[in-house]
Ligand binder design. Structure first.
Ligand code: ATP
Length: 418
């Protein structure tokens, strides 16, 4: 079955882009708290992100601690994401989880409020969240498309914590990838998983959904990393998040997944993943042809392979696999995140920033992963439609040195409207 929206497909955006608000605009959230907008720092598929702060007489400066995402109220993606944040990302929930799990850091962005705003007779939905810095896709590319093994293991451990947290709060993320991992704005050793636009409530009221293939929903997510379940049109489940994390870790270690030569052919990507799952040894040989394959990746993938659709993943066992490898490198998850490839005695050339063949060349001018997005369920139904959603960044917020962020034009292609 061909994919519903091929990676290369272009379609006119039917949803509206948010109008840009001038700095100083005051937004009042549903709890009557007032927020002041600063300059825009990023653009998503249909929304703009602004620096923001609680309302004071002062203008919002470049060090603002919050970001507000604004979309025309009739658009769906922010609504879906907002639901996740309201249910699972309240600061008190995150805090009490960290306390009970004795965690110093948990990479789930905190939700600070939301509301509707009217300007010029038009309605907008907005959400206030923590402000972050640079994304790891940028670091990956700067690094010659590899991360040191130590960093991969550290990221894996941090992400297992994040995934356990969101899974225990009834959600799966379904789109884990370096471009959705942002460093803290203030602490370069903390990483956060963002973009819950594809997050799915797999277990409303704690009851996981049944396995059901739907050919109309095949290949949701970002093609190179998405799970075999998603390729088959099955609603995302916990095992899929762990599988996606596995592909990410392998790509960060070896630089390129075996199916990256043909990303525009979603069925080929699916079949390649199935073959690799059936023979993890072969998968590793393809990824690491001239170096010893990292044993922990084999163990991790073997463990994930045994998971049934509704199974609760053995987070601790998976942590132990990554942790032992990290210990053998003389490191721990809490060490600094040192992305330079010289740290493990391996040096790498500067990134060649080669554009991805075919799919990316025609489709993603910046070479960022190609994403198909699930639109919000329509009213009572749980239907999903997809739009391809490239990553668009106006400003790299972490590397800003100028007093105010410079606004870059959004990159990428139009999304396919639902
Ligand atoms: N809290 C944040 N702080 C700083 N930058 C952010 C924050 N959230 C997102 N960004 C950056 O802003 C840009 C747009 O983010 P958004 O999550 O809307 O992106 P997207 O995934 O490209 O879009 P969409 O989810 O609509 O498909 C991205 O470059 C992202 O890295």
């Amino acid at each position: 079955m061909p994919p519903k929206a091929k990676a290369g497909a272009r379609a006119p955006a039917k949803r509206k882009l948010a109008e840009e608000f001038p700095p100083g605009e005051i937004l009042t959230d549903s709890h009557k708290k007032c927020w002041k907008l600063g300059t825009p720092i990023g653009q998503g598929g249909f929304g703009l992100l602004y620096l923001a702060n609680e309302e004071t007489a002062q203008s919002v400066g470049p060090e603002a601690p919050y970001v507000i995402k604004v979309e025309p109220s009739e658009n769906g993606p922010l609504f879906c994401e907002l639901k996740f944040y309201q249910r699972a990302a309240r600061p008190d929930l995150i805090q009490s989880w960290m306390k009970s799990h004795k965690q110093k850091h948990l990479g789930v962005p905190r939700y600070w409020g939301s509301g509707l705003h009217n300007r010029g007779g038009k309605g907008y939905r907005f959400m206030v969240m923590d402000r972050f810095g640079t994304d790891l896709q940028k670091k990956f590319e700067e690094n010659g498309k590899k991360f040191p093994r130590k960093v991969v293991l550290q990221l894996g451990l941090h992400l297992l914590d994040v995934l356990e947290y969101i899974h225990e709060h009834e959600y799966v993320h379904a789109d884990i990838k370096a471009s959705n991992l942002l460093l803290s704005h203030t602490d370069p050793n903390q990483v956060f998983l963002v973009d819950y636009g594809l997050a799915y409530r797999y277990a409303p009221e704690g009851k996981p959904k049944d396995y059901k293939e739907d050919p109309k929903r095949c290949h949701d997510g970002t093609i190179e990393f998405t799970s075999i379940d998603a390729h088959k049109g099955v609603s995302p489940a916990r095992r899929g998040d762990l599988e996606i994390l596995g592909y990410c870790m392998v790509q960060w270690l070896c630089g390129r997944l075996p199916w990256e030569d043909k990303l525009q052919d979603a069925d080929y990507v699916r079949d390649s993943k199935v073959k690799c799952r059936d023979n993890i040894g072969e998968f590793m040989k393809k990824c690491f042809p001239s170096e010893p394959e990292p044993e922990e990746m084999v163990k991790y993938m073997e463990e994930v392979k045994t998971l049934g659709y509704s199974d609760k993943p053995p987070y601790q066992k998976l942590r132990t696999i990554l942790q032992s490898a990290l210990t053998s490198l003389g490191a721990s998850a809490d060490n600094k995140l040192d992305f330079s490839m010289t740290t493990n005695g391996v040096s790498s050339p500067k990134a060649k920033t080669t554009k991805r063949k075919k799919a990316a060349a025609s489709d993603e001018p910046d070479g960022s992963p190609v994403k198909k997005r699930r639109a919000p369920p329509k009213k009572a139904t749980n239907r999903v439609k997809k739009t391809a959603s490239p990553k668009k960044r106006l400003v790299d917020t972490a590397s800003q040195t100028s007093p105010m962020p410079e606004v870059k034009k959004p990159r990428g292609r139009a999304k396919k409207a639902p």
